[in-house]
Design a protein around this ligand. Structure first.
Ligand code: ADP
Ligand code: MG
Length: 360
């Protein structure tokens, strides 16, 4: 991986485009630089806008995912960006470019997956575009949503001393991807050697990869209770996404590795594959959990909210001054700089392993 300081690739391109062409003003409250744009709309409400483009061979691979899986996950990627703003998703536009080898039945399956992910949130498909493609399938989704005026969660509000939290568990999606790529051959040791437990773990990890849950409810709770000072969804890996929050907020951060929430299945997978589970948690993209910060005074309030709603919030670290940088503290007290090793486009496309489906 490149040193964290040399911001090449995707992030650098976006930063350039933002400086050169981006706009914020009276109606654009947040433009380029957050999970969704925030636009002033009717009194009391802001409009949220987000879009995502998925390309065959880069974001998905039909070897390890079905058309329904791809549709499902594409919808979740967008729903999750609205969740990260603390918003309510509403309308969706879908554009597809279809290579000659694909049938209309396959495209329909893609849409079935899309709609299945949207149904719990009553998101409605209202338009899109269709084109032929010479090389591979492309899927572009645009999603609108809304938030109460002044309550949208942005990446720029973290303050020194704030506590760093995540929802759910980390690393499951990457473990599930690895299992899919290795053909589910790896054996996960389960307590007592139970085969049933082993199968449960496999199913859980693969499902977390193919059918992640957008944390809409959690985002809305954090926004309406005015708890989060900043938030982002984990789509590129904790280390990279934390760097976005720190950059937007002008702060540093310290993560405590012993505090990273790991599922029993992820721990078992890590042990069986001789992988460091902390690495899975830090670099695995696509967990679609939320990373957020709260002021220390709100800790008890957040605990009560978690108890009342059954949401899982884990404290994983602390916001530090900018000069502190991004650091990782191990259980033994040792500390090192956090390398940003999530997924970045254009960083070096040739190093993407074959079959790294969904590895964004
Ligand atoms: P996310 O992972 O949350 O979808 P991205 O890393 O894709 O966010 O994008 C970060 C920010 O940059 C977002 O505000 C997004 O709208 C903006 N952005 C990304 N690509 C472009 C582009 N080609 N032109 C303009 N804005 C872009
Ligand atoms: Mg996002």
């Amino acid at each position: 991986a490149r040193p964290a300081g040399s911001q090449l690739g995707e992030f650098r391109l976006i930063r350039h485009l933002r400086r050169r062409f981006g706009q914020t003003g009276r109606s654009v409250l947040r433009g380029i630089g957050d999970d969704a744009a925030v636009i002033r709309s009717s009194p009391g409400r802001t409009l949220l806008l987000t879009t995502d483009l998925l390309a065959e061979g880069i974001h998905f691979d039909l070897e390890t995912a079905t058309f329904e899986d791809i549709g499902y996950k594409a919808a979740v990627a967008n729903l999750s960006d609205i969740a990260a703003m603390g918003g309510t998703p509403r309308y969706m536009l879908v554009a597809v470019a279809i290579p000659p080898s694909r049938t209309s039945a396959e495209v329909e399956r893609l849409y079935r997956g899309l709609m299945r992910a949207c149904r719990p949130y009553k998101v409605e498909l209202v338009g899109g575009d269709t084109s032929a493609s010479r090389h591979g399938l492309f899927l572009s989704i645009t999603l609108t949503g809304f938030a109460q005026a002044g309550l949208a969660l942005t990446r720029d509000g973290a303050r020194v001393g704030d506590l760093l939290y995540v929802t759910g568990t980390l690393g499951d999606s990457l473990a599930g991807l690895n299992l899919l790529v290795t053909g589910r051959k790896r054996r996960i040791p389960a307590g007592g050697g139970s085969n049933e437990r082993h199968r449960q773990y496999l199913r859980y990890l693969v499902d977390r990869h193919l059918h992640p849950t957008p944390r809409i409810k959690e985002g809305q709770l954090l926004a309406t209770h005015r708890l989060a000072t900043a938030a982002i969804d984990l789509s590129d890996g904790l280390s990279g996404d934390l760097a976005h929050v720190c950059e937007e907020s002008g702060v540093g951060a310290e993560i405590e590795t012993t505090a990273l929430p790991l599922s029993p299945a992820c721990r078992a997978y890590a042990a069986a594959s001789h992988t460091d589970p902390v690495r899975l948690a830090l670099t695995g993209g696509e967990d679609y959990e939320l990373l957020f910060t709260i002021s220390p005074g709100n800790r008890a309030k957040l605990d009560r909210l978690a108890q009342r709603t059954g949401c899982r919030f884990s404290r994983i670290g602390t916001v530090r001054p900018k000069r502190f940088g991004l650091r990782l503290r191990r259980g033994n007290g040792s500390s090192r700089r956090l390398a940003i090793a999530g997924y970045q486009h254009f960083q070096d496309l040739r190093t993407i392993p074959q079959g790294a489906a969904w590895s964004r």
